[in-house]
Write a protein that binds this ligand. Structure first.
Ligand code: PLP
Length: 360
């Protein structure tokens, strides 16, 4: 039996490095509630990424929920059907109505040309995902938002390390959210972040993530529990030491895939110009769903795991409206397959995967 090749695998740093943080945590006996390691990680992330204000939270989904509340959104939110379920479920969970707009066939991101026809008097915001870490058409989206007085939130869960015009992609929109889940490129096991350049907004976010606690016996506004712990922050602090090598390694692996797939009839999303891409996934677009399922079946037989990501389309969820309203996204979600992609993957394995794809 050949070894199983997973579609993704969390990065794990040397265990001793993580353990050295545990001694201090035990000494302090301070496990959560905005502890010193949480604060240290926030500082290091702001510095590493070059962003103004960053709040660590317990995951990328609560990051989205807090972002919507912090911006006082109302009514309808324009969003993409081609993303992970949390982008839509968080909107519905907070009692807003998602309005789905189609995606660009080349970048797979929200198509700005289709946003304006979806705006109504009830629209309060645009929530767009930088799909696979590839920046949206930021300028066009911002121009539309400015024209109509809308807020912009970017679900930047895939974007750690991505830059646009020389700066972190998290610096665009009113708020960017990120996920630090174990399967993401940078992780704290579970975790996430809310990024803004507005210090007042960050203060509001920090109150919201901590029940609205303003001192011990005073509460300012309705809050939730979105805090993260010292143990999670310690994982982030160790992983941050390796992030540059993780990013460089993924770029190399991506080149191997490009090389071995060069005469195979599949395409990839086109990366936005002026972007420095983080290579967070390796998605390939087949010409038909039939071709995709054939390839996937052959890979599965060889114990190679792949993932139809994103499939199904979020507008097909049974708790939303908008089915069949986005033909481009509909087609792409049926033809897209993410291939195995993680730090420990070898060139040899990539060669083997591509040989099977070619043979089909
Ligand atoms: C992972 C992910 C999320 C959710 O993040 P969690 O930390 O798992 O809650 C949201 N949006 C996108 C696009 C994601 O990939």
């Amino acid at each position: 039996m050949e070894d199983k090749i997973p579609v993704t695998q969390p990065f794990l740093p040397p265990r001793e490095e993580y353990e050295s943080f545990l001694a201090d945590i035990w000494d302090r006996n301070w496990l959560t509630n905005n502890g010193p390691l949480v604060q240290e990680l926030e500082g290091k992330l702001m510095n590493y990424l070059g962003v103004e204000e960053l709040s660590l939270v317990s995951n990328g989904t609560i990051a989205l929920q807090i972002a919507m509340k912090a911006l006082d959104l109302q009514g309808e939110i324009i969003t993409t059907p081609f993303s992970y379920v949390a982008t839509t479920s968080s909107i519905v969970w907070e009692n807003y109505t998602p309005v789905f707009v189609d995606i660009d066939p080349n970048t797979f991101n929200l198509d700005p040309q289709k946003i304006e026809e979806a705006i109504t008097p009830q629209t309060s915001a645009i929530i767009a995902t930088h799909v696979y870490g590839n920046p949206c058409d930021i300028e066009s989206i911002q121009a539309i938002a400015d024209r109509h007085g809308l807020k912009v939130i970017y679900d930047a869960a895939h974007c750690f390390g991505t830059k646009y015009k020389g700066q972190s992609i998290f610096n665009f929109g009113d708020i960017s959210t990120c996920s630090f889940h174990a399967t993401k490129l940078f992780h704290t096991v579970e975790g996430g972040a809310i990024v803004t350049d507005n210090p007042d907004l960050r203060q509001k976010i920090n109150l919201m993530r901590n029940f609205g606690h303003d001192g011990l016996n005073n509460f300012t506004g309705v809050g939730i529990n979105g805090k993260n712990s010292e143990l999670h922050a310690a994982m982030g602090l160790v992983n941050l030491r390796y992030i540059d090598s993780v990013l460089a390694q993924r770029k190399e692996l991506s080149k191997f895939y490009d090389h071995y797939l060069k005469d195979v009839d599949v395409s990839k999303p086109s990366i936005q110009s002026h972007a420095e891409y983080n290579f967070s996934y390796y998605p390939v677009l087949f010409n038909s769903e039939e071709q995709l399922t054939k390839v996937q079946a052959r890979l599965t037989k060889a114990n190679i795991q792949t993932r139809r990501y994103f499939y199904p389309l979020l507008s097909d969820l049974d708790y939303v409206d908008g089915k069949n309203a986005t033909p481009v996204a509909n087609r792409i979600s049926k033809q897209i397959l993410c291939l195995p992609f993680y730090h420990e993957l070898s060139e040899k394995t990539i060669g083997k995967i591509c040989k099977i794809i070619k043979s089909v």
